[in-house]
Design a protein around this ligand. Structure first.
Ligand SMILES: [Zn+2]
Ligand SMILES: [Zn+2]
Length: 255
């Protein structure tokens, strides 16, 4: 007997429809989780005994209990969503709206949890906001009041590093990473970076990276001094970062 392909398959359409409804009902938020155990304050695993000292116990609970932390628009404030309720932590005044803080005025588990999440980069620190990398869309923390275009760690070249121009296949050294978009950054003659034909394949919204061509200079002995060289602007993704085995070993000075 040959089983038919659809024999045990649930009704996918109905399944999808149910899922769509569920997704719409679910708030667009990260769900409550514990933090991974890293410090000595949680040596016993999730079910082990809690520390006796009340403050140490608050720290253990801050890490182990399922919570979700969200940065609020107002500076220094975070919403902490827990199984027992939602509270607002203000890291500027070191206060929390929970009963533990209200009654005992101790640094409660919510305040501690916010500190931990800032420390591991899960939420922006005070004075920061989340922006999307102009190349891949990944969230990056940037100064709250700074506008413009930004890059994530994977797409932001280090100043002083070698990169390769994808159009001309030439080696350059990065001299600056701006936050100015390619369609706003103008060269000395007033042309926008995005208006150059060779930049047509790269995003107008990308930040401009400034770099100098190094030509054959990289083969001469001694450090490479780029101080006198003309700087050019490129949409970020036009410059390819180099793998470790592709990088010249020449030290760069004058950036
Ligand atoms: Zn609290
Ligand atoms: Zn990126």
């Amino acid at each position: 007997m040959t089983p038919t392909l659809t024999a045990d398959r649930p009704d996918r359409t109905a399944d999808r429809r149910r899922r769509a409804v569920r997704d719409r009902r679910r708030p667009a938020r990260r769900s409550r989780t514990a933090l991974p155990s890293t410090g000595p304050d949680a040596p016993d695993g999730p079910d082990g005994p809690l520390a006796v000292d009340p403050d140490a116990e608050r720290s253990v609970r801050a890490r182990r209990e399922p919570m979700a932390v969200f940065a609020l628009r107002s500076d220094d404030q975070y919403l902490v969503d827990t199984d027992g309720g939602s509270y607002v932590v203000d890291v500027g005044s070191d206060t929390c709206t929970c009963p533990d803080y209200g009654i005992r005025h101790r640094r409660c588990k919510h305040l501690r949890r916010v500190d931990m999440e800032i420390g591991i980069g899960r939420v922006p620190a005070p004075g920061e906001r989340v922006a999307a990398c102009a190349v891949c869309g990944t969230g990056v923390f940037v100064p709250a009041r700074e506008s413009g275009a930004f890059l994530c760690g994977d797409h932001r070249p280090a100043v002083g590093s070698f990169v390769r121009d994808r159009e001309a296949d030439k080696l350059l050294v990065v001299t600056g990473v701006t936050t100015t978009r390619a369609d706003e950054y103008r060269t000395r003659d007033g042309t926008r970076i995005s208006d150059y034909e060779t930049n047509a394949d790269y995003g107008d919204h990308e930040p401009v990276v400034e770099a100098v061509y190094v030509g054959n200079a990289v083969r001469s002995p001694g450090p490479l001094d780029v101080s006198g060289r003309r700087r050019y602007g490129f949409p970020a993704s036009r410059l390819r970062r180099l793998a470790p085995n592709e990088r010249p070993h020449t030290p760069v000075i004058g950036v």
